[in-house]
Design a protein around this ligand. Structure first.
Ligand code: 4AD
Ligand code: MG
Length: 459
């Protein structure tokens, strides 16, 4: 029976007969003995396999290359040499799949940019092994967090007819012939399309999430979202994953409290349960990472009104590329300045001007701001966007009229304000930005298995 290498390294199997399978990371051979580092993806280090001349295929083993797949049966012993605690002394080695010298992942260190061009192989490297183990464990931790709090997990639709954020970034979903769609008064006739109306890939599960919050009180979604946003930055992907909790009978302060508890929980989780990979990131990717994440896990997050943030930016004497003025949105450079220089840690910016935020956000008493919040963190900038929702039907309807948003297609959303409406709030956490934040990786393309960005969807 195949065991995982991480299991062997717990130390509970000393002197036991074990079988592992994995891929060769390196091989050193002499006339008498060969040392093979075998990795099966279950941990960072892999295990050292010791193959002696008495093995009947010893010569063949000495000729294998990095990247080959092996099955090893042997005895687990404390390693007499430095560098590893355990080694597997092989009784038999089966060469399952060979690899030749053209295997691209040889010993030398490759740039992340090059590794992106071989995204089908990069999971076999140390860095991407660590990234994707962390990503997987975090996804599990997220479900655990909400399960412990009795939130309902809801699967909101991927194909949708509504543009939740109203930013016009919907990817179209259609079965019409792109070259010759049926036409009606000079336009494509979506009546004849698959769904009988224009549809696209969702930019957010929020609107449907709200409907479930108004039945189950506390819910969350965790799924892929899609944005046809033509921005080629290190923080934007066209396909990314988002976690969106929504709470009934909750206001903006409750929303920020949940977001803070959530992020701190995930920081602690990463430190405690992904220790080997986090130590790797601290050493290889960002010096001081562990210190930074520990700080976030331990201290409360700052909260600052948008108006104060503008004030701070204007008084900063820093020359920003983008203008700073009350009423304008914050750009990444502003967000990073606020969290890195002003606060030195995560900070919630609250109550943004209504004109730069989505239609569903709750209007504040002052009439010019809405109960919105963004959580900004060093390095990444915005990691969470959320708000208290407009639960007053008349206010919501008049806001939609102002923005020219048709009510008819959102009749079901408006219905939720007609019967049993209540204050409610939620937020969206970009999963890739979380992984960037916790790993220290600088580019969103390096924390998602097969990134989709403008002009890139190959693998
Ligand atoms: O701020 P956003 O657009 O908020 C919403 O979509 C709300 N409906 C969420 C809610 O209240 N339920 O997006 C939320 C988060 C951002 O803070 C960011 O972390 C991430 O999603 N995000 C992206 N991540 C990667 N690539 C992109 N193009 C992203 N756009 C947003
Ligand atoms: Mg946002």
């Amino acid at each position: 029976m195949r065991m995982r290498i991480s299991e062997l390294l717990t130390g509970k199997l000393e002197h036991r007969r074990c079988t592992v399978s994995g891929w060769v990371r390196s091989l050193r051979a002499s006339r008498e003995v060969a040392f093979i580092v075998l990795n099966d993806g279950s941990n960072q280090s892999g295990i050292q396999v010791v193959a002696g001349r008495e093995l009947d295929n010893f010569d063949a083993i000495c000729r294998i290359n990095t990247g080959a797949a092996l099955r090893v049966e042997g005895t687990l012993l404390p390693s007499p040499a430095a560098g590893q605690a355990w080694e597997l002394v092989a009784a038999s080695i089966q060469i399952v799949g060979t690899a030749d010298e053209s295997y691209p992942l040889q010993k030398k260190r490759h740039s992340f940019e090059y590794l992106r061009s071989i995204a089908h192989l990069r999971p076999r490297t140390n860095t991407f092994g660590a990234v994707f183990r962390l990503r997987s464990r975090l996804a599990q931790a997220i479900h655990r967090f909400f399960a412990e709090k009795n939130f309902l997990y809801v699967h909101t639709p991927i194909i949708t007819a509504s543009d939740c954020e109203g930013a016009g970034e919907l990817f179209r979903v259609t079965t019409l012939d792109a070259a010759a769609p049926p036409m009606i008064s000079g336009q494509a006739d979506f009546n004849q399309d698959f769904f009988g109306q224009p549809t696209g890939l969702t930019v957010s599960g929020q609107l449907e999430g709200e409907l479930f919050a108004l039945a189950f009180s506390d819910i969350y979604t965790f799924g892929p979202t899609f944005r046809a946003e033509n921005s080629n930055t290190a923080r934007h992907a066209s396909e990314f994953w988002m976690i969106e909790p929504e709470m009934a009978f909750a206001d903006l302060a409750d929303d920020a409290d949940l977001a803070e508890e959530f992020i701190r929980y995930l920081c602690r989780f990463a430190l405690e349960e992904c220790a080997e990979d986090m130590a790797f990131f601290d050493k290889q990717i960002e010096k001081g990472l562990l210190e930074r994440i520990r700080g976030v896990a331990e201290a409360g997050f700052a909260r600052m009104d948008y108006s104060e943030a503008i004030d701070r930016l204007q008084k900063s004497n820093v020359t920003f590329t983008y203008p700073v003025e009350w009423g304008l949105d914050l750009q990444t450079e502003h967000e990073r300045y606020l969290s890195e220089q002003v606060v030195g840690g995560p900070v919630f910016i609250l109550n943004y001007p209504r004109d730069i935020k989505a239609f569903y956000m709750r209007r504040n008493e002052d009439g010019r701001t809405v109960a919105a919040m963004d959580l900004l963190v060093p390095k990444v900038g915005e990691i969470i966007g959320g708000s208290q929702r407009e639960e007053r039907l008349d206010v919501l309807e008049s806001r939609m009229t102002e923005l020219g948003i048709a009510r008819e297609p959102l009749w079901w959303y408006l219905d939720s304000r007609r019967w049993g409406s209540c204050p409610h709030a939620g937020f969206g956490l970009g999963f890739e930005r979380l992984v960037m934040y916790l790993s220290g990786m600088d580019n969103i393309r390096d924390v998602i298995p097969f990134p989709r960005t403008p002009r890139h969807a190959e693998f």
